[in-house]
Design a protein around this ligand. Structure first.
Ligand code: ADP
Ligand code: TZD
Ligand code: MG
Length: 572
């Protein structure tokens, strides 16, 4: 409340927004200041909230989205009107697509002027624009409705399938005053924002019957399972059932990647050969080839159990023999209970054949991960980072790029839940610094960001934010001189370089030094290892320019099959 004695008995829109957020346990705001929300940030800080100011709203938005994933509370992104709002919108859409709870709060211009299109400062009908990319969108016009507006936004973001919510707060709202007592009464504390969805007993029985009859069962864990924070039960389900599991990228670490039931290094074998597949918080989207085609077994030979909180997800791509609609914690607990103590584990014929495949693939890879080549290749550099994470498994790994992403995902083992954060459902570049900042702030753990040089560029300016808040983030830029590789040539022989190529021998480490952080150039895996260890030991913001052979990558990393290529008119 205001310290001005004249207004002891009054409150205003600014304070009501802050009080409403605080009442609901929200402690951090990620955003960029400006008209009309500058004072909102100032006052929020004065009232004890953490207000993290970014250089661009997109990265504040990505930070909010991953804060939502990590904490199950909506991450808050605060922006100015039209352009600031639009900059934050990409992240709001991203949060919705990835099922992360997030609220984008944007100031907006005067309704009367906007609606008559009379040309206000930063005029835009933001509510209408936001609607198509988020789960829900609300606008509050009166101070007495702020409490209910914030409550609706929180419940919409968290309940059912989590997602992005837009909250439009017109400039006039902030200076509206009302009686402080009435204001306090108008606030709403959301009780049980993501209520349990207990799956029906019939659906659990159907799933168990299918699992019981399976000869070659497989569990697929997705980032919904990581989000659900039912870590102990998920591990117990895998171990009690004895069923091999495959973690999707951000589900790595729910069980340690070196767990004897991990089929991670035998992905193509298990997807083809399993006869019953149980999906837990993973969609059958492009990342799983839609559950059909040559990645999978012959049509009709595989049956699916699907656990998801969103009923519409069932049969989205193929028939689901046993839909289990409910929240993962409740569903997994019910399955465990139903398995009891006398569950028959799958045959060792199935589990040992997977084990052998995993071990032979791991053994094949091992020598390449020890190489100390200069210039580095992806295996040598990532081998060094893999060994560091094995020694310090509470590090949060943030990862983006093409080759840098695909190689790191398969090479770096993760040992704890929610320790791998990456490009997600869209394969989006630009999450790197926003995710790193929120991961450091929300968890207090050290962060290692492994970034393609192109990927890093999308959010690179946020290294100033990292240095400003002195966050324990170590960024490793895998500098291969371009997108996928640095070797493309302009076929015309003209002065412009090819569209995928960057400045040769760029020194990203010097950028970090400009803001008082530590910059290091690493040309060998040994140097890289030493630099990362020093960064982790000091906790100082560090950027390591890891020089990677410009020939080392392949086009589009491992998803080259999705890349249409011209068959006509392409010059050699
Ligand atoms: P991945 O990319 O790892 O395969 P997806 O993002 O495709 O994962 O899938 C996550 C799924 O998890 C979504 O369909 C979402 O509805 C679901 N989900 C998220 N939280 C829960 C929860 N608490 N209980 C059940 N399902 C959840
Ligand atoms: N823009 C956005 C927002 N997301 C994208 N995924 C892309 C563009 C296209 N894109 C990829 O899919 S990967 C990538 C781009 C630009 C960069 C790959 O280069 P890199 O990684 O340097 O980050 P490698 O290691 O050189 O492959
Ligand atoms: Mg690159």
């Amino acid at each position: 409340m205001s310290s001005d004695p004249q207004s002891q008995n009054l409150t205003d829109g600014f304070h009501l927004v802050i009080d409403a957020l605080k009442l609901n346990g929200i402690k951090t705001i990620y955003g960029v200041p400006g008209i009309p929300i500058t004072d909102l940030g100032r006052l929020a800080q004065a009232e004890g909230m953490r207000v993290i100011s970014f250089r661009h709203e997109q990265h504040a938005g990505y930070a909010a989205s991953i804060a939502g994933f990590l904490t199950q509370k909506p991450g808050i992104c605060l922006t100015v009107s039209a352009p600031g709002f639009l900059n934050g919108l990409t992240a709001l859409a991203h949060a919705t697509t990835n099922c992360f709870p997030m609220i984008l709060i944007s100031g907006s211009s005067e309704r009367e002027v906007v609606d008559l299109q009379q040309g206000d400062y930063e005029e835009m009908d933001q509510l209408a624009v936001a609607k198509s990319v988020c789960k829900s969108a609300f606008r509050v016009l009166h101070a007495q409705d702020i409490g209910i507006g914030v409550a609706r936004a929180i419940r919409a973001a968290c309940s059912g399938r989590p997602g992005g919510v837009y909250l439009d707060l017109p400039a006039k709202l902030f200076s509206q005053v009302m009686d402080a007592e009435a204001g306090k009464r108008s606030l709403v504390k959301v009780i049980d924002p993501s209520p349990a969805h207990i799956p029906s007993p019939e659906s659990i029985a159907r799933a168990l019957a299918l699992l019981k009859g399976a000869k070659r069962p497989l569990i697929i864990l997705g980032k919904g399972a990581a989000y659900a924070q039912a870590d102990a039960d998920i591990r117990a389900l895998v171990e009690t059932s004895g069923i091999p599991y495959l973690p999707m990228s951000m589900a790595k670490g729910l069980l340690p990647d070196n767990h004897p039931l991990s089929a991670g290094a035998a992905r193509s074998t298990v997807l083809k050969e399993a006869d019953v597949v149980m999906l837990i918080g993973a969609r059958l989207n492009w990342l799983l080839s839609h559950g059909k085609g040559k990645t999978w077994g012959a049509p009709g030979t595989q049956k699916f159990i699907h656990i998801d909180i969103d009923p519409k997800e069932m049969d989205s791509n193929i028939e689901i023999a046993a839909p289990v609609v409910g929240d993962i914690a409740s569903a997994v607990a019910a399955l465990l209970k139903g398995m009891g103590n006398a569950w028959t584990k799958p045959s060792t014929e199935w589990t040992s054949s997977i084990r052998e495949k995993v071990e032979s693939n791991v053994a094949k890879m091992a020598p390449r991960l020890q190489n100390n080549n200069v210039p580095m290749d992806f295996h040598g550099a990532l081998g060094a980072l893999k060994r560091i994470i094995a020694e310090q498994p509470d590090i949060i790994l943030v990862n983006e790029g093409a080759n840098t992403l695909d190689f790191a995902r398969s090479i770096i083992d993760i040992y704890q839940p929610r320790k791998r954060l990456d490009v997600g459902t869209w394969g989006v570049m630009g999450i790197g610094m926003g995710y790193s900042i929120a991961a450091a702030i929300e968890t207090g753990k050290p962060v290692l960001a492994v970034e393609g040089d192109s990927a890093f560029g999308f959010s690179g300016m946020e290294i100033e934010t990292i240095c400003r808040y002195k966050l324990p983030i170590c960024i490793v830029v895998f500098n291969n001189g371009g997108i996928y590789r640095g070797t493309d040539k302009n076929p015309t022989g003209g002065a412009d370089v090819a569209p995928t190529v960057f400045v040769k021998d760029a020194r990203y480490d010097k950028m970090m030094e400009a803001f008082g952080g530590v910059g290091v150039q690493a040309t060998s895996p040994d140097e890289l290892s030493r630099a990362v260890k020093a960064a982790l030991a000091s906790g100082k913001p560090t950027l390591i320019n890891a020089v990677i052979d410009e020939n080392a990558g392949t086009e589009s990393g491992r998803i080259g099959n999705l890349n249409p290529q011209s068959v006509v008119g392409k010059k050699a």
